[in-house]
Ligand binder design. Sequence first.
Ligand SMILES: NC(=O)c1ccc[n+]([C@@H]2O[C@H](COP(=O)([O-])OP(=O)(O)OC[C@H]3O[C@@H](n4cnc5c(N)ncnc54)[C@H](OP(=O)(O)O)[C@@H]3O)[C@@H](O)[C@H]2O)c1
Length: 369
Amino acid sequence: MKSLFITGATGFLGGAVLARALSDTSIESILLLVRANSPKEGVERIRNNLAKFGCSETLLTKINERNILLGDLAYSEDFLNDDRLSGVTHVINSAAVASFGDNALIWKVNVEGTLKFVKRMADVAGLVRFVHVGTAMSCVPEAGTLVTESMTRKPEVEHLVQYTWSKSTIEQLMIEQCPQLPLVIAHPSIVVGHSEEGCRPSSSIFWVFRMALMLGKFMCSLEDKIDVIPVDYCAEALLLLTKSAVLSETVYHISAGDTGSTQFIEIDKAMAAALNQQPVSSHYQQVDYSELVKGRREFKTIYGPCNERLMLRAMRLYGEFSMLNVRFSNKKLLDLGMSPPPRFVDYINRCVEITRDFSIPELMKVDFK
Ligand SMILES: NC(=O)c1ccc[n+]([C@@H]2O[C@H](COP(=O)([O-])OP(=O)(O)OC[C@H]3O[C@@H](n4cnc5c(N)ncnc54)[C@H](OP(=O)(O)O)[C@@H]3O)[C@@H](O)[C@H]2O)c1
């Protein structure tokens, strides 16, 4: 790869991609889109994030100001004239407002700003591959199914959050408006922790499992399965999709698939073992949302100081997702030579270790930006 451009490298997935790319000798040069006031600050932001992925000092010092392209996707026009973009051969576009909250920037960044950026890159003569990081959830999967990759779109009303609607919309716009773009769309399932660093890079979504188990009741059945992958596996797959000379498909799940997905009862058991506690499965209750609302006065006792309304909002949103019991087929990715991911329960102890001293309200902030 001559010149790899990564967006979102101060974040969870993009940071994991960069951490891996830095030790990949087949990559000649790396350019990073970063929001910062100066290239120096950009370098600092990137290095601080890389440190959470266990990168050595030697790897951290590989990043310098020449790697930084200052820019904000909410104001794409301010950076799209940078000449360095014309020399890019490969892109991993991981930047987005990845929030289940009501963030006014979701549409402006994930759709409008991203489309301007994509159009600019579609005009780059030497561009070999543009890997866009979407989300498997943007297809609004049917409950209880093994989902295969597709570009079928569901209407906005069927989306649980504006985030998945924005991700579904940009994919359609890229395909319609940039037919010449060498586009591959990656659909990660649910990315939780890192197989070695646990939740050090991010506590995103991990807190949901702890929140439900601390409560002893939630909206899913313990028999249901969830499709979880660690971020380092996701990064490895994104780089494979970027480097593979020939790809026969446009959309690839990066997922645990049917066999790699995990039942909540297994998660309970593994989490309890890591915390040296009893599993909650003997007294767990599957309840609907109204039952969770009735227990709101207990939240402060269970979770410590918290905003009851935000806790309920989190329970309703993530509760709906938890009841889906969907798995995303990873056959296409495995057919490319990717090995199956580690199972969530095989590294959950590292996630528990890192988050042990944090409260749920502290851990959940990352998903309600
Ligand atoms: N995490 C998951 O479970 C999961 C699952 C499936 C798909 N995905 C997808 O993976 C991608 C990355 O998600 P993530 O979990 O890594 O999110 P994240 O940790 O919140 O990182 C988001 C990245 O995007 C950057 N960004 C946000 N707004 C920007 C803007 N206006 N201009 C430029 N950069 C901007 C952030 O930069 P700052 O640091 O400056 O804010 C950060 O580097 C997203 O497209 C998401 O849809 C995530």
